[in-house]
Design a protein around this ligand. Sequence first.
Ligand code: DMJ
Length: 667
Amino acid sequence: MYSAAAASPPPRRDFISVTLSPEEAVGAGGYNNSKAWRRRSCWRKWKQLSRLQRSVILFLFAFLAVCGVISYTSMGEPWKSLTNKSLDDQRTEPEIPGLKLANPAVLPAPQKADANLGDYAELSPQKPPKPPHVWRGPSNLQIKPPRRDVRLKTRHDTSRVVEEQVQADKEEKTEKSIISWRGAVIEPDQSTEPPSSKIKEPEKPSSVEAEDQKEPVPINERQMAVIEAFRHAWKGYKDFAWGHDELKPLSKSYSEWFGLGLTLIDALDTMWILGLKEEFEEARKWVANDLVFDKNVDVNLFESTIRILGGLLSTYHLSGDSLFLEKAKDIGNRLMPAFKTPSKIPYSDVNIGRGTAHPPRWTSDSTVAEVTSIQLEFRELSRLTGDEKFQKAVDEVMKHVHTLSGKNDGLVPMFINTNSGQFTHLGVYTLGARADSYYEYLLKQWIQGGKKENEGGGEKDTHIWTQRSTYTNTCLLCNFFPSKSCLVLQDHLVCFLPGTLALGAHNGLTADHMKLAEALVETCYQMYAQVETGLSPEIVHFNIHAQKGHKDVEIKPADRHNLLRPETVESLFYMYRFTGDKKYQDWGWEILQNFNKYTRVPTGGYTSINNVQNPSNPEPRDKMESFFLGETLKYMFLLFSDDIDLINLDKYVFNTEAHPLPIWVPA
Ligand code: DMJ
């Protein structure tokens, strides 16, 4: 046997191995590749074929030739227009990287079949151009976003203003500006109009509004402690994981999930809210110069929407800096292939470089919470860009889910099939992982749209949900398994619910929602208070039949880890905002101190731990999740604040990753 591939080292990785018979390869005393030899050899082979075989081959050739002619005539025009533009031209042409993908057809050419994730660093030639404006830090700064482009200048350092900005400011000096919370100056006519059925004009950042003309409330001691904690976490990230997804604070390294600087993006608006000007500015530079989405990498649609798209959109709103909107458009466009499924229920994963999407390897199901918790972000992207395709795609998912059977009194199963569009694994219901934020976004979409929308039964489902939540109370807020019987356990993830119930009550739902929220948030607090480290495990089991010597809360060995999750402090924040009861602040303060005691790594960063029941060795896991900076510390800071205009809940709605997006108001 002779293998041509083995004769010499393959010049390329995608070689083809050709195996010849020994007689033909070496029989003539070596390798003979002359044209005459090859012609003779082919003719001999042809003669050896039967008449039938020859007819079949000739027929195939004829058929292929006819196909070739037909496809040439139909593809000729688009092909010509494509080839008129070289690939290189396409790569360098757009001034703004985000605009490059307005039409998915111009996605970068697919990579070779053997390209792997490790290659992606080399596959990203795109460098976004530097934005023409200068950014100013968060508090005590002036923001004057003209129309869609921002021009920013510091209140105390006008020398930093670029010439073109000064010129633009002069042109617009007749326009009134308004001092808003944290000292920002904004246009008075910023609007948060809901999109009309046909969206035409792009919108402007709308975060800070005319009536926010109050002096900033001074930061108190507990908030200072949050700032200190953030800085400590940021130091670790900066020193050992800069530009990577997650910090591994013990090994002083990092882990990669999507390879998109997840922690940095998740933390942007937290830095803005905490007033961390220097840190924000540094991170902004990274976004401007190094954040590139043109990568051959699979990302999870839900996670990248809530963390990256949500983070960029909220930072755009808070800062008024158009860089973040351009980046949001870029990632938004790249996520759109996920919706190309037979049912329009999106796939879980998208390759943002190739423009392809797929379900997980083992199933064609998507998770219900994932496909129904991307709506706030895509709807806002449509409103800001004037491009309705984002909103259309996610609205369609909601409309479809509202029509489905298989719900139990408003509770939804955990999985939905991307081919059939039907729920699967019927009869299992939970308010925790895989369903949680479905309930959260039912309410929040309604709030985002100014409490007016009733399309596709959304409002009806919201009401069913709120009625049903009364029933959950009788089960101590538990997972239902199966339908009417009740498992008395609760994941920490479920602790978003008291906050969401309170938000519902604040927006006009009946008072018993607030009562339920009060009871549930106390349960969530007890998940911390009754544990040796004062930190909650991932899951607790409740002892509903009180027995002497038994605690109310029991923890199984597999569940005793803590990932620095935010849900309880999130709910404490809502409860304090709506009740003013200081006990919620005190509970949050205890939790922050315990994070400092058991999860803080001296060289920088905080770590998840494996054992909340062992104060002498909580077994650090060596990972700081991005949501610790994106959510946990942000909600802590807001919880300790007495300034209701610091992200006013009548003007903003938080996405499920704690990124505030504006509530739309009619023009
Ligand atoms: C976050 O990514 C989001 O809050 C999500 O909704 C649930 N999981 C984590 C935090 O626990």
